[in-house]
Every structure is written in structure tokens, then in C-alpha cells.
Design a protein around this ligand. Sequence first.
Ligand code: CDP
Ligand code: MG
Length: 764
Amino acid sequence: SLLESSQQGIVSPFQNPESTFSINARRGSRLVALKRLQKDQKDKARETAQIAGTVLGDVLGVRDKQTLSSQEHESFKDKSASREEIDKIRKSLPAYTVKAKLVQTIQENQVTIVIGETGSGKTTQLPQYLFDGGFCSGGKLIACTQPRRVAAMSVAKRVASEMGVKLGEEVGYSIRFEDETSDKTLIKFMTDGILLREALLDPTLDRYGCIIIDEAHERSLNTEVMLGLLKRLLARRRDLKVVVTSATMNAAKFANFFGNAPQFDIPGRTFPVQLIYSKYPVEDYVEAAVMQAVRIHASTETNSGDILIFMTGQEDVEVTAEVIRERLTDIYAKSKGIARFEEIDDVKIFTVYSALPGDIQNEIFHSLSGNKRKIVVATNIAETSLTIDGVRHVIDCGYSKLKVYNPRIGLDSLVVSPISLANANQRSGRAGRTAPGTAYRLYTEETAFEDMYAQAIPEIQRTNLSNTVLLLKSLGVDEVTKFPFVDPPPIQTLLSSLNELFFIGALDKGGNLTTLGSEMAKFPLQPSLCKILLSSAQNGCSQEMVTIVSMLSVPQIFYRPKERQKESDAARSRFFVPESDHLTLLNVYSQWKSSRYSHRWCSKHFINFKSLQRAREIRRQLVKIMQKNHITLISTGTDWHTIRKCICSGYAHQAAKVAGLGKYTSLRTGMELQLHPTSALYGLGDLPPYVVYHELLMTTKEYICCVTSVDPFWLMEYGTLLYDIKKVNIADIVRHPIEYNICEEDAKDQEKDNEIDRKLQALR
Ligand code: CDP
Ligand code: MG
């Protein structure tokens, strides 16, 4: 069985790796590749136009567009529903019909498994029912955990507005680096990871009277560790109530895990969904989804239901939405006999994915007014975490992005992989929430049975467990192999995690937590970043290092608008510190700080203001943790040599040696690695002989991202167990000359800005 085979090693997400379906997943969408290419060409054309002196028109044109879209954005803002409306909606949810019995069952049992269709009100209603039922009367909090940050935020907002309270007061949320709670908070939504960290400080979780582990069927790694901890805690905390909510799949498993806990069913009312499979294997799932969406829209009444499309990740989602818009505009123009048609007025297209900055627009949850159809393009976040009302057509590409541990490189990576049949059914079910619906599966019926596992592989069986093992050790779990897991992870993964932690110095030979290890567990960061931060105090560069670590903790520092990629790449390159992407990040932050954290400065340099603000906030919080643990904050000024050495201390196991133009080989595994094109080192004629890297990105090739050049002596110092002096080429030891010439670049940069300013001024 799947479980048995997983005990021997990591399970591949591909049941049938050589099938057309699997091969198409790995190849990705041609349409997406084409769009990428077109954007590059547009950039080139723009560059030429700029040389020809038309830069201003462009700058102005684009600025105008930006203002317009931000105005448009304003109009999306929540049109708050009235009290009566909210009450009406709440009373119409399936959970409402069983409210009293549900509260009673939870009252009478220490653990209850609550099962209900997505959208039945588990997440938004259950905490309120318990609140009304007096579960907070002793001043204890109700916790509700979510595997996804976006869900925790959006649900907290919804519940606060349903209860008519201000977010952050009675109802709040807490996600990594963001705490929107106060002394008043009684219902707290949080990611499962946050609750785990709270258990580090307070092992009995005394503040909470009731803990709802929501979305347990998703089987996220942190959820499962949390379930194990709770299982151990129940005997010590007789007063604690635990509620585990799950879609129908896996519910029995959780009930068994908690010694036959009662399963409470929220009776669902769902409507039949017709399944339509593709007759032939689909070559390009993005193209196929676009065609299907356009066909549905053209052949059915606009008010006959909204369309929900499941895609794999951010880029696929964006391209799908963009091409649908293009195709619809074309069709409309043709039907009206005009060359170009500006705005499609009977459709609104939404995109949903986790990295979306800010929050999900509220409008997405409700039917649109007027005769307008919603088309929502989403990742698997819309499978169960979010319920979008009014959907009657589902288009399922059959894939999702999965975090998969690759034992060959010893790292996790995101891979487009087939979903499981259970997920496919969950996706299809989204079409039948309010009326009968149709699900279009962009794969053949045979594929569904031959290439898909019946159930998804739980995260714990396909990812690296170093963080988890460190956490368990810090929680006093000595023998991690004996920890009560719902499904135990492969022994091999546990062993390799123990090894990695030993190598980095977090565990001693006996597998016990070292002083370094217990210090590391205090930071909500991956082990290598913890180590860098801790050793930075001794190296005298903790001020700089905490900035770098904060910058590494936010996505997308550099803004790369679709129409101006070349231009933004040039802007980015002006920040490059030769030989180090880490120092480049430090450089960006320092310059932003000099601009007094200016928003305008960010827009000018194609830098994402929100990301930098977030980095600043993360930095503030990390500094707080450092101060609490008496780690000195000290600056080394511009001694970047020291900083690079300190970076090396955390990444010694991720080191590589130059192998040719833009190529490196991993020192540990001998695998060939490509330098990522966004790196500051990319395009250097003379590549530094040794580097360490922050992460490995696997797409068509294996790319190393965020790279810093290091001295081979440092590698030997920090990687004593891995690298041997004999393997290092003597010629390389003559240190590679490094020049830092930021100031000059800065001046050029300033000059260019001034010039644009002058031209703009003249125009006004
Ligand atoms: O957790 P479960 O899937 O059982 O349902 P839920 O998330 O509590 O959703 C119940 C209802 O609230 C659905 O009709 C959602 O569309 C709605 N909802 C909303 O309007 N806004 C949100 N931010 C979240 C849910
Ligand atoms: Mg839910």
C-alpha cells in the first residue's frame, strides 16, 4: 500500500511517471511559455522605443494606467452587508440547523471530529457557536487553526464583521510575523504553525479552552504535528476541548487517532454535478482551460452560474486570466464589427493564489449584481479553504503544485503534479453547492484512475522534516521516531533530518539538542537562517544580518510589471553587489532606509513597497526576539567580507564550485546547478570559484537562487564534516578579488532619476 511503500522512502507524487499526463505536467504549459516570450519581446520593443526618445509617452502612459487600476480597485472594496442580511446568510448555512446538538456534543466530549461539506459553516460558524455556548466564560480563548495564512486572515475578517466587532479586538488572527490580536481577543484564528510555536513557550497551551484544528483533511505538516501534541496533552489538560474539522475524506482516520472520538456530521445539501472528461489527453492545460471557459461563457446565459477554474500556481493563474480576457475581448469586437473592444462588461475575472499581496477581495465571495458573471481562476486554495458562492461550472486542470522532497538534492521543491482522485472530486463538488452543476475535467477518464492516487499523499510523507524535528526536540520529544503521528513519516526522512541538524550543530552525537539548537528553535525561521543570525553576533555583524534574513523572508522584493520587464531588470541591476545576492538585498534595504522608507523611492526603482514594509516589520520582530535572548545587536559597517563569512556559516551544506559559463556543481552531491538569471552574479565574465546558495529552484533546470561568493577556507571551517582540504583546488585559494562599487552606481542611478523628473516637470 501507499503507506507501506512510504515507510521505505519518500513517495513520488507521480503514480505513473511515464504517462502522457505526468509528462505534460513536467513540461508545463506552452501557452504560458509563449506569453513569457511575448513579454520579453514587448520589452525589447519598448527599449528600442526608449532609445528613440519616446520614453516620456511611455512613462506617462503607464502611470495613467496605474492610477486607473487603483481607482478601479477602490470600487472593489467591501460593500458591507446589513445586520439582517448577515443573519439571514448565517441562518441559511447547514451548520445552523444542527447548532444546539453540535455544541452539546463538543461539551460532552474531550475530542470531537466535525465533518461537513465545504461551505457548510465549519470555519466561520463553529467558533461563534462555541463563543455563544459559553466556552470563553472562564476567560479562555477559542483557537481555530488554518493551514493557510490567507485563509486565517480572510476568515477572521469575515467572523469579526459577522459579530459586528472590530478586527483585532474580540476576533483576531495571528500568522507568522503578523499579530492582529489584543487583550480583548477571545476568538483567535491562526496558522497551525503559530500554534505550534506557542506550544514552545507554553507547553500546556493554558490560554486556550478550546482548540479547533480546522481543515484537518488537508493534512498539512504542522496540523499533523499539532494533532500529535494535542494527543499527548489531553491527559494533562482534562478541561481542554479539541475539535477536529474535516471534509468527508480522512474523517475516520482522525476519529481512530483520538481513540474513537465521536464523529459529528453536518448534513450537507449538495446538488448533483455532471462530470465531463476530456475525450483525448490534453496537451496544454492552460490553453484547454481558456477554451473551455470561453465556450461556457459563449454558450450559456450569463446568469446561469459562475465559473471556477483550478490551476496550479501563480503564473498559470495569471496567464489563464489574461488570455481569457483577451479572447473574450476579441470575440466581442468581432461580433460588434469593430477593430478593438475595450471593456468586457458582462464578466469579472478574479485570480486567487496564496502569494497575492494583501487580502482576497470580499466581492469574490458573493454573487455579482447586475447581469454579470464571475470567472475565478484559483489554485487549490479554492478546493476547501475558501468557498465561492454561485459557482456552477468547474474547470479542473488535474494538477496542483506540491512541495516535494527531493532526496537527490536533499531539498524541498515545488513540482506541478497530478492531484489525487479525492482532490478531483472535491474540486468538482464546488460546482454543486447552490444548484446542479457541471465539472469539466481536462483529462481523460482513464487518466483519473490510472495516473491519480486515490488519496493525496500527506505532506509529512513528502517533505523535509528538519524544522519539524528541531521543533519536536525543543518540545522535549526525545525519540522523534516514537512521536504519535497520524501517519508516520518515512524513517529515512527522519534520519536524514537528524543528520542535517547534527551537521549544522543543532544536535549532538547522541541526538540531543545543543545550546545552539535550543537557541535556534526560538526563531520562526529555517535552521540555516537561525544559525546565521546567531553566529552574526559573534562576528559583529548582527545588524546587517538581521536585515538580510528579514529580506529573505519576504517574497518578491523586486517588482517586474508585465509591460516593463527589461526596464525593471535594469533598475534591479543597479542594486547589484558583485558576488552576492544577499548583500544586494542588504543594499536595497539600506538605500530604502536612507530614503526614509519612502514609497516614492520604491516605485522609482521598481521595488515592491509592501514587501519592504513587511521586511521592516519582520526585522523589528526578529530584533525583539534577539533582544529578549540577549543577542547583541552590532554593526560591522561596510565590512562586507565579514558578512559574507557569516552567511557562509549557515549555508556550508549548500555550497557549489564553478563549472563553466553560468554553471556550478554542488560540492555535496556533484549535481550540476545553473545560476538563476536574476542573480547579481549572472553575466559576470569571471564567476567566483565557490558560492553558497539560499535555495534551489527546480523548473526545467536546477537553478540556484540568492547566491553569495565564499572563500573555500570558510567552507572547510564551517563544513568540516563535509569538505576535505584535499578536494579544494589550490589555485582557487588565492582569493578572488572583490570590488564593491555601489557609490558610483548610485550616482548614475540618481542622474537617471533626475533626468526623468526634469522631463516630467517640463511637460507639466
Ligand atoms: O468552513 P466551511 O467550508 O464549512 O464553510 P465556511 O468557510 O464557514 O463558509 C460558510 C459561508 O460563509 C460560505 O457561504 C462562504 O461563502 C461565506 N464566507 C464569506 O462570505 N466570506 C468569507 N471571508 C468566508 C466565508
Ligand atoms: Mg472551512
